[in-house]
Write a protein that binds this ligand. Structure first.
Ligand SMILES: Nc1ncnc2c1ncn2[C@@H]1O[C@H](COP(=O)(O)OP(=O)(O)OP(=O)(O)O)[C@@H](O)[C@H]1O
Ligand SMILES: [Mg+2]
Length: 256
């Protein structure tokens, strides 16, 4: 029996005019697993994240997050319910330090400028900030100005900012994009470790990365779900092999 899904989608569809970017998707993602979504350029992966996190309203269908219907909720409401995400295009406060970026995300909303805030809330935020910096491996860079970070470290900071809100579900859109092989390997280890405490869905195009990391893989193509299963099942799936794995450049689907 499957444990309660952290995310359940029923007939989820997103259209942009005549273009169906997410096409009638039925999907349940089990809690406690590291999920990956793979698929070629334009398959609808980022749009899928944009719809489930409330950045775009779905054209049809239903989104259930941890048992709650969030179909009609706004992105800030969904964030407050415990869904956090990073963006494919990085967005940090470049002029602030690494630690300040995490601190702002970790601090409870509305309490920063409240003169009657309990001093303990600051102690808690400081602890959370240190914990996040540790988990993302950014402790030693805490006092660097974020704008000076390498692309890989910037990506880690994005994950840290998302984690600081203590989410139940973390959505990562191509987290190792732009990282060196060494940074990628380190990040894989960190994401694996993080997945012990938070449910994670990763969008990724690097197949090798996904097969070594995820417990469960969903393959998207042309807005729909082509297959879902363990890395082994996906590798052995004839339809997936035919569509992708047999291609000449099966290492990388990006032709940007
Ligand atoms: N805001 C938008 N308005 C119109 N069309 C869009 C919008 N966002 C995405 N699309 C289109 O929807 C389709 C799916 O795009 P999406 O970005 O979700 O794909 P993807 O799987 O994330 O691709 P990639 O691997 O390149 O990141 C594409 O045809 C894209 O051009
Ligand atoms: Mg994308």
């Amino acid at each position: 029996m499957m444990s309660r899904p952290i995310l359940k989608l029923v007939n989820l569809t997103k259209k942009f005019g005549g273009l169906v970017a997410v096409n009638d998707v039925d999907l349940e993602l089990e809690s406690g697993k590291l999920h990956a979504i793979i698929g070629p350029n334009g398959a609808g992966k980022t749009t899928f994240f944009n719809v489930i996190s409330g950045f775009y309203a779905p054209s049809a269908g239903q989104i259930i997050f941890d048992g709650i219907d969030i179909t009609k909720k706004a992105s800030h409401q969904i964030a407050r319910l415990g869904m956090a995400r990073t963006l494919q295009v990085k967005s940090v406060f470049g002029s602030m330090t690494v630690a300040e970026n995490v601190w702002i995300a970790a601090h409870p909303r509305g309490s920063v400028f409240n003169p009657f805030r309990p001093a303990s809330s600051f102690t808690k935020t400081k602890e959370k900030t240190e914990q996040v910096l540790e988990a993302t491996g950014l402790s030693e860079m805490a006092n660097l100005v974020a704008g000076t970070l390498s692309y890989g470290d910037m990506a880690l900071l994005e994950i840290g900012i998302a984690l600081a809100t203590e989410p139940k579900l973390l959505l990562l859109d191509e987290p190792v994009c732009g990282m060196s092989p060494a940074e990628t390997e380190q990040t894989v280890g960190r994401i694996k470790k993080l997945s012990e405490t938070v449910d994670i869905v990763i969008i990724e195009h690097d197949m090798e990365f996904v097969f070594g990391l995820a417990d469960d893989i969903t393959v998207m193509a042309q807005g729909g779900i082509l297959a879902k299963g363990s890395p082994k099942e996906i590798t052995e799936n004839a339809e997936v092999r035919e569509a992708y794995l047999g291609e000449e450049d099966d290492e990388d689907w990006h032709h940007a």
